[in-house]
Design a protein around this ligand. Structure first.
Ligand code: SF4
Length: 261
């Protein structure tokens, strides 16, 4: 498992300033002196910090239905083909005008694991598939680390299906417009666990406006489906020192699935 993660020690100068956080400063979780990385060639055996999932507070939060759902296209009774067609034809928000194509989602439509990101970037917009390019490679490594593989018992989707210009966070009205598509995808997939990648996906699914740091390390609940929050792979590429926390989140996710990938 650790070989798949390409974990190896990273030495950081003691007085080096901390990387700019995706949101506010994340809660520090004690780790060993050796910090693993996920995207570099794996050397031999390393001492990997035991993820302190035992110490993580385990609370189940009430599912919150987004109040914005009502303003969106009706998607709650659509079949897979109907839903795909509706997304393809959708012009419900202004993101459609600026993107090449909609990016629906990909993977096993009866998967136990659902990974949800924020929205397509340039590579995804060009190829019509979520999480391609460097962030996609890192997500694939994260999947392999817990013995999962894209397309095999895994479904991957985004909150918004059209690329926000210049990779800006989607606006709340754009999230509101697109969220029913994701909600219908979840209803159709019926995953056993959801991993929300980044603050936008986490807040959209949980109906919150919270920092990622405050949402990590806790077992959430999305309409009866366990949900874990972790960093978006694109953020981890910018802040590799945070990968150890992503590893802890994956360990929590595995634990919630009973260690069964
Ligand atoms: Fe429709 Fe979603 Fe694209 Fe907006 S982002 S146009 S709601 S598919």
């Amino acid at each position: 498992m650790l070989r798949e993660l390409n974990l190896y020690p990273q030495w950081v100068r003691r007085n080096q300033p901390a990387p700019v956080a995706e949101e506010q400063a994340a809660v520090e979780i004690p780790v060993e002196a050796k910090t693993p990385q996920l995207d570099k060639p794996a050397p031999v055996a390393v001492v990997v910090p035991e993820a302190p999932v035992e110490a993580m507070p385990k609370t189940v939060e009430s599912p919150v239905k987004s109040p914005l759902v009502e303003s969106t296209p009706e998607a709650d009774k659509l079949s897979w083909p109907q839903l795909k067609q509706q997304v393809r034809d959708c012009t419900a928000c202004k993101l459609r005008a600026g993107c090449t194509q909609t990016v629906f989602g990909i993977g096993d439509e009866q998967a136990d694991w659902l990974f949800v990101g924020e929205g397509p970037g340039a590579d995804e917009d060009a190829l019509g598939e979520p999480f391609v390019g460097e962030a996609g490679k890192l997500l694939d490594n994260m999947l392999m680390a817990i013995q999962l593989k894209r397309g095999r018992n895994v479904y991957i989707a985004n909150v918004v299906k059209c690329r926000p210009p210049e990779n800006h966070n989607p606006a709340s009205e754009e999230i509101s417009a697109c969220l029913p598509y994701l909600q219908r995808q979840i209803e159709l997939v019926q995953p056993k666990l959801i991993v929300a990648l980044g603050k936008v996906a986490s807040n959209a699914l949980l109906g919150k406006d919270a920092t990622l740091a405050s949402l990590r390390g806790i077992q959430h609940d999305y309409h009866g489906i366990p949900l874990v929050v972790t960093y978006h792979p694109a953020y981890l590429l910018r802040s590799p020192s945070e990968k150890v926390k992503a590893w802890q989140d994956l360990c929590l996710a595995l634990k919630m699935r009973g260690g069964d990938a």
